[in-house]
Design a protein around this ligand. Structure first.
Ligand SMILES: [Zn+2]
Length: 204
């Protein structure tokens, strides 16, 4: 039965192998935690109050985010704070990195990290950076879609703006679209039409 149901849907909607990279190769996410965070406080309410609570929270959520992104854009910001925080942390780690040019034509470089690294792992690692494919042997660039410290080191060495290699999903120009739809103010309950069909009453 589930199989019959799935085969009637396009494979790009439910298989990772046909999703065109939209899930960035991640099999699972914990995104439901995000909804839990949004809906916290709605638990235990009667159904109508729960719907009203969720609705007003959603409206406020869209309003606040649209306002914040609009302000950020007007101040010339390009990327989300989330992405820039990760990027800046990575950029700070490039100091001790050394780049070996491997193949300029295929965009392959080797980045070496030194001994006595303060971070975990102790340093002394070698990473293969593929600029054209936007991936690094450490796995972080392709997974987060934000250049890792090794990629930043290579891109800076090539005199490229490494921030332009951050994935467009983090751009504020795209984020604003998410919050640009408008909600309509709900009608007052006194203007609601009478219900046709069975009426639901609370269990006394
Ligand atoms: Zn890396």
């Amino acid at each position: 039965m589930p199989y019959t149901y799935l085969t009637s849907e396009d494979v790009d909607k439910w298989t990772q192998s046909h999703d065109g990279g939209r899930r960035y190769g991640a099999m699972t996410t914990n995104i439901s935690e995000c909804f839990n965070g949004v809906l916290k406080g709605a638990r235990g309410l009667p159904i109508a109050a729960m719907v009203e609570f969720t609705w007003s929270k959603l409206v406020a959520y869209f309003h606040d985010r649209h306002k914040k992104i609009t302000e950020d854009l007007s101040r010339g910001k390009v990327w989300s704070d989330y992405a820039m925080e990760i990027y800046n942390k990575n950029a700070q780690k490039t100091a001790g990195h050394t780049v070996r040019n491997f193949n300029h034509e295929t965009g392959v470089y080797q980045v070496l990290t030194p001994y006595n690294d303060h971070r975990g792992g102790g340093g002394n690692h070698s990473h293969e950076v593929h600029v054209f494919d936007r991936r690094c042997g450490c796995g972080k660039w392709q997974n987060l879609k934000i250049p890792c410290s090794h990629a930043i080191k290579v891109l800076q060495g090539l005199h490229l703006d490494a921030t332009s290699y951050i994935d467009p999903c983090y751009s504020l120009n795209n984020a604003i679209h998410t919050y640009s739809k408008h909600f309509v103010v709900p009608k007052s309950e006194s203007l609601w039409r009478d219900v046709r069909g069975p009426r639901w009453v609370p269990d006394p």
